[in-house]
Ligand binder design. Sequence first.
Ligand code: SF4
Ligand code: SF4
Length: 432
Amino acid sequence: MTSDKHPVHEWPYIVMAKPVGPTCNLHCRYCYYLNKFSLFPQRDRLMMSDSILEAYIRQFIQSSPGPMVHFVWHGGEPTLAGIKFYERVIDLQEQYCPPEFQCVNNIQTNGILLDRSWCTFLFDAKFHVGISLDGPGRLHDKFRISQGGDSSHNLAMTGFYNLREAGIDPDVLCSVNAVNSQFPQETYRFFLRHNVSWLQFIPIVVRLSNNTVSRQSVDAISYGNFLKAIFDEWIRYDMTSIAIQLFLECLRVWIGESPNLCVMADKCGQVLALEHDGSVYSCDHFVDRRHLLGQIDTSELGDMIALSAQVEFGLAKTSTLPLSCITCPVLMACNGGCPKDRFALSADGTADLNYLCAGYKDFLLHILPYMEQLAALISKGERPSSFMNTLKATEGEDRAKWRHANRNGPCLCGSGKKLKKCCLSVRRECNS
Ligand code: SF4
Ligand code: SF4
C-alpha cells in the first residue's frame, strides 16, 4: 500500500529495468549496451535478486502518482530471466498495488525465446510486448546476429507469430542503421505485409573516439531520407492501419501537446535505468559511474529521481542547446534531439550539435505543411484519418498522372532522372 513516508513523484516516470543486465542471447553489431559488462566485472551470471526485485516493485508503485503504473522490462534480453521471474513480478505487483492503481507490464525483446509457453504466459499476464525487427531477413541479419555470426531473423519472426497466435499484437521496434536506412520502402513494406500495427524507429548512432561513429551507424542525411520516404507513403495510404510512433509524436507537437518521446521533449530525466544489482542511473543511455543516482536497496526511487543531479541532467537538454538549435524553425519538435548524440560541430565550431541534425531538419521541414493541415483539421474536430481523403481529393489528378507515367521516361518530380531510377518506388500509384 502507498504510505506518506514514501516520496510520490509529481507525474508518471519510467524505469527501464534490466533483470539480467546487459546479458543477451544475440550480439547485435550495433548494440550500445553489451559494453556495460565492464560495470559488473565480478559477476559470472547477472540476475536481479528477489530482494532487489521486491524493493523495485514496492518503491515504483509507491512513488507513482497512478492510477496506471507502467513497468518496462528491458535488457540485454529480459526473457533470459525466465518465466518464473515474471511470475514473481506479478505476485509482487499484486501484493503492493493498491486497489485504485493498476500495474501494466511492457517487455522489449528480441523474440528469440518466445515459444508457445512464453507467449501463453505473456498473454495471460496481459504483458505488452515490443519485438525488435530491422525489416526483412536480408536487412535484419546484417547486424542482428549471434556472437558466432548466425542470423536471427527466422527465430525472431517465429517469436512474432507465436505472439500473434497467443493473441498478442506486438509492437515493433526497428533500428535504423547504415544498411536498412538505404531501403526505406523495402523495410516499411515488410512491416505492412506482416500487418504490424505499431512501429517505432530508433536511429543507430554509436559514437567512437574523435567524434566519429561506428560503421553500423546511420548518417544524418540517410536518416532524414528514410523517414521522409516512409512518411510520404504513410500519410497517403496507411494512417489508419499502422501507428508510427515518431509521426504521431510529431502530430502531438503540432496540435500543441507535449511529446511523450523523450528524444523530442525539452527535458530529460524522466526515464531512469535500473540495473540487475539495484543500481539506478539517469537514463538507459547514460549507464555509467558519473550518472549513478544510487542503490535501490539503500535509497528510494522517488528520492533518486528528485535528486538535484538528476534535475540538472534533465534541464541540461535545453540549457546546453547550441545557437543553431535556438534559432531553428523546427526546435519545438526536435529540441536538439538526444544529448548523447550531440557531438557534431555547430556553427561556432563547438561539438555540441546533434549528429542527426541535418536529417531531423530535413524530415521535420518536409512534414511541416502536412502537420499544419492535420492540426487544423483536428482543431475543427475532425479525425486525423480524414486527412487521407483530403489528400486523395487534392492529389487525385496528380495520382492519375503518376499511374500512367512511363517507367523509362523522365520522372514527374522534375529531377531529370528516369522514373524507374527516381520516384517509382515511392509512388504506389505507378504500380496500380
Ligand atoms: S538522454 Fe536521450 S534517451 Fe535519455 S532521456 Fe534524454 S533524450 Fe531520452
Ligand atoms: S533540427 Fe538541428 S538545429 Fe534544429 S533543433 Fe534539431 S538538432 Fe537543433
